[in-house]
Ligand binder design. Structure first.
Ligand SMILES: [Zn+2]
Length: 176
């Protein structure tokens, strides 16, 4: 084991035994038949599908990626970021993920983005099939943020399907 860890700087593949579980605070999502994929440096490194227990195995070879971002998608589920890690504890880690991911908050109660670990660009998602009345008021939209979907501190997902993501980070352009 020590020997293996000593060679971590060589690009050895990482094989993750993953378990996808329901977030106890938000049990709306299901865990079987979900596509899990890992992105590093904006590239999809590997993909897997969970079995009927929510388990999956995913293998990829890390290079110099700054972080490894785990996303889920599936029938009726928009692409959602569930976790972001910078290192793996071994070449064959066993990892538990939650869908939606466990959301952490700052001491002031603001939700923290799982990728940048900051709260300043995080907006609550509003699911709406319509656009708010003041959406076409360019002054209101643009004065506050360059992203026209962010209005009065909320992110308009613009879909009639209610997604399981509740927050959006405008720095990383991810929903979680
Ligand atoms: Zn972020």
């Amino acid at each position: 084991m020590t020997l293996l860890l000593g060679f971590r700087h060589l690009t050895l593949p990482v094989t993750i035994t993953g378990h996808l579980k329901k977030n106890p605070a938000d049990t709306f999502a299901y865990t079987n038949g979900i596509i899990v994929f890992v992105k590093g440096g904006n590239k999809v490194l590997a993909k897997a599908v969970t079995d009927n227990k929510g388990d999956f195995i995913i293998t990829f070879t890390p290079k110099k990626e700054k972080s490894f971002d785990f996303y889920c998608t599936g029938l009726g589920i928009d692409t959602i970021l569930i976790s972001s890690v910078t290192v793996f504890e071994s070449d064959t880690p066993e990892m538990t993920f939650y869908i939606p991911g466990i959301r952490k908050k700052t001491t002031l109660g603001k939700t923290i983005c799982p990728k940048c670990k900051r709260a300043d660009k995080v907006y609550k998602i509003v699911y709406s099939d319509g656009i708010p009345d003041h959406f076409d008021d360019d002054k209101t939209a643009n004065k506050q943020n360059s992203n026209p979907k962010i209005i009065d501190g909320e992110y308009y997902a613009g879909t009639c399907i209610v997604g399981i993501a509740k927050y959006y980070c405008d720095r990383d352009k991810v929903e979680f």
